[in-house]
Design a protein around this ligand. Structure first.
Ligand SMILES: Nc1ncnc2c1ncn2[C@@H]1O[C@H](COP(=O)(O)OP(=O)(O)O)[C@@H](O)[C@H]1O
Ligand SMILES: [Mg+2]
Length: 284
């Protein structure tokens, strides 16, 4: 897999915090083209600061970020980088700019000068991709949080980015809205091959990614497949991080002397681990 994003020895300090710690403190990572990566970490660990480095909103204080080999430090690449990487934020209300869904989705395309016939096509395709086409003439005000967030994602997709960075896109949504958004994001990755970077507090969402990167105090604490990362419950707990509930349950049972061969990541795996344990004990 070709690298799409490279973060090399990145330090970042907010100007107003000149005497404080660095918000990013020697961050290194690569993200492959077409990969689905989740970034987790407690509040203040630097996730949002890092997200804003992916489309040149912030430039490293030192070190480099390359997007498809373009250094975000070079002003002449700004337009290309913003076209390649779209950013979806936490609050869908702050991202909606127009009074009608399809106009809202068209807004970003208009800004980058896409011809109007082409915009029409892209808006329809983007609304279909997030399953909001039937709402195209509705007012965004009346939509649920999950629907608004999907409209915001459609606005980004219409600009045809190669990568979408989502900074806690489900934090303000109810469970149904969260499912809608996460399923949409997962489909964009699988069906359209869009590189996805999902920043989330919900470990159940992180489990769906190809790879999980854990941030702590402006650094990468650990990374790996969801199973590799969530196998290390103790490390995560030491850093005040959660694991998926199913993982936690099996971990706690293991602490009571029940033996399970490997870490589980979701309810189905948890049920089958318990069932096979009971069968082994000839209790069923
Ligand atoms: N606009 C800002 N100005 C000054 N400091 C900031 C700003 N945004 C974030 N920080 C600080 O940078 C650190 C990382 O914050 P942030 O990237 O928002 O973390 P996260 O998204 O993981 O919660 C924190 O210490 C935070 O207080
Ligand atoms: Mg944040």
């Amino acid at each position: 897999m070709k690298d799409f994003i490279e973060v090399k020895n990145v330090y970042f300090q907010y100007e107003e915090n000149e005497n404080d710690d660095y918000a990013l403190n020697d961050v290194n990572m690569t993200i492959g083209k077409g990969e689905f990566v989740a970034i987790v970490g407690h509040n203040g660990s630097g996730k949002s600061t890092l997200a804003k480095h992916f489309n040149s909103i912030y430039i490293p204080t030192s070190g480099d970020v390359f997007i498809d080999d373009l250094n975000t430090k070079d002003d002449e690449h700004l337009y290309d980088i913003r076209k390649k990487v779209g950013l979806v934020l936490q609050n869908p209300d702050n991202q909606i700019v127009a009074g009608i869904v399809e106009e809202d989705v068209a807004f970003g395309c208009e800004n980058i000068g896409v011809p109007s016939e082409e915009i029409r096509k892209r808006v329809d395709a983007a609304l279909k991709a997030v399953d909001m086409y039937s709402y195209r003439t509705h007012s965004p005000d009346k939509l649920s949080g999950g629907q608004k967030q999907r409209v915001a994602i459609a606005g980004i997709i219409a600009m045809e980015p190669e990568c979408i960075v989502l900074d806690e896109p489900t934090a303000m949504l109810d469970p149904q809205g969260r499912d809608e958004v996460i399923n949409t994001v997962s489909e964009l990755n699988k069906k359209m091959g869009i590189t996805i970077i999902l920043i989330t507090h919900y470990m159940e969402e992180a489990v769906l990614a190809d790879r999980v990167i854990v941030m702590d105090s402006g650094k990468v604490l650990t990374e790996g497949t969801p199973r590799e990362v969530f196998s290390n419950v103790e490390l995560l707990k030491r850093h005040r991080l959660d694991v998926p509930q199913a993982t936690e349950l099996i971990y706690k049972l293991s602490g009571c002397g029940f033996e399970f061969p490997e870490c589980v990541l979701n309810e189905e795996e948890c049920v089958s681990a318990i069932v096979s344990y009971c069968k082994k004990q000839k209790k069923i």
